[in-house]
Design a protein around this ligand. Structure first.
Ligand code: 5GP
Ligand code: ZN
Length: 137
C-alpha cells in the first residue's frame, strides 16, 4: 500500500486525528498554512472527488461541515477556506480524496488572490453547452 493517506488511516503512520466516522477521517495537516489547518479524507481510497460514490461523498461532506464548525469555534478564526485539489495540475500531491480546511484571519495572506479574466465573444456559450451536455450524461 503506497498511498500515504491509506497508511495513515491504517495506523501505519501516526497522525493527529481530530475526528472520524464511517465515511471520513480528519487529521491536522503536517505542514499547515495556519494552525488548525485540517485534512478531511475519505475512509476508502479514491483519487478524485468525482470518483467517490454519492453516499460516501455525502458522508465526507457531513464530516467537513462538522470539522469546519469545530475549527472556527476552537481557533476563533474569522473565516475558513474549503479546498479540494484534483489532479497534479490543480496542485494535488496526495492522490487520495481530501478537503483542506484552512482557518483564515484578516490580512493573513496565506492564499494568493485570484486573477479573474473575461469571456471572449462566444466562449461562454460554447463552454456552457459542453458542460451542461456532460452533466446530462
Ligand atoms: P494536496 O496538495 O494533495 O492537496 O495536499 C496534500 C497535503 O497533505 C499537504 O498539505 C501536505 O502537507 C499533507 N501531508 C502530506 N503528507 C502528510 C503526512 O504524512 N501527514 C499529514 N498529517 N499530512 C501530510
Ligand atoms: Zn489512499
Amino acid at each position: 500500500m503506497s498511498c500515504i493517506f491509506c497508511r495513515i488511516l491504517q495506523g501505519e503512520i501516526p497522525s493527529a486525528r481530530v475526528y472520524e466516522d464511517a465515511h471520513a477521517v480528519a487529521f491536522l495537516d503536517i505542514n499547515p498554512l495556519a494552525p488548525g489547518h485540517t485534512l478531511v479524507v475519505t475512509r476508502n481510497h479514491h483519487s478524485r472527488v468525482w470518483e467517490v460514490p454519492e453516499a460516501e461523498l455525502a458522508g465526507l461532506m457531513a464530516a467537513v461541515k462538522r470539522v469546519s464548525r469545530a475549527i472556527v469555534s476552537a481557533t476563533r478564526a474569522e473565516g475558513l477556506n474549503l479546498l479540494a485539489n484534483n489532479g497534479p495540475v490543480a496542485g494535488q500531491v496526495v492522490p487520495h480524496v481530501h478537503f483542506h480546511l484552512i482557518p483564515r484571519r484578516n490580512g493573513d495572506g496565506i492564499l494568493p488572490e485570484w486573477k479573474p479574466r473575461e469571456y471572449q465573444p462566444g466562449e461562454m456559450d460554447a463552454v456552457l453547452k459542453k458542460i451542461s451536455d456532460a452533466c446530462a450524461e
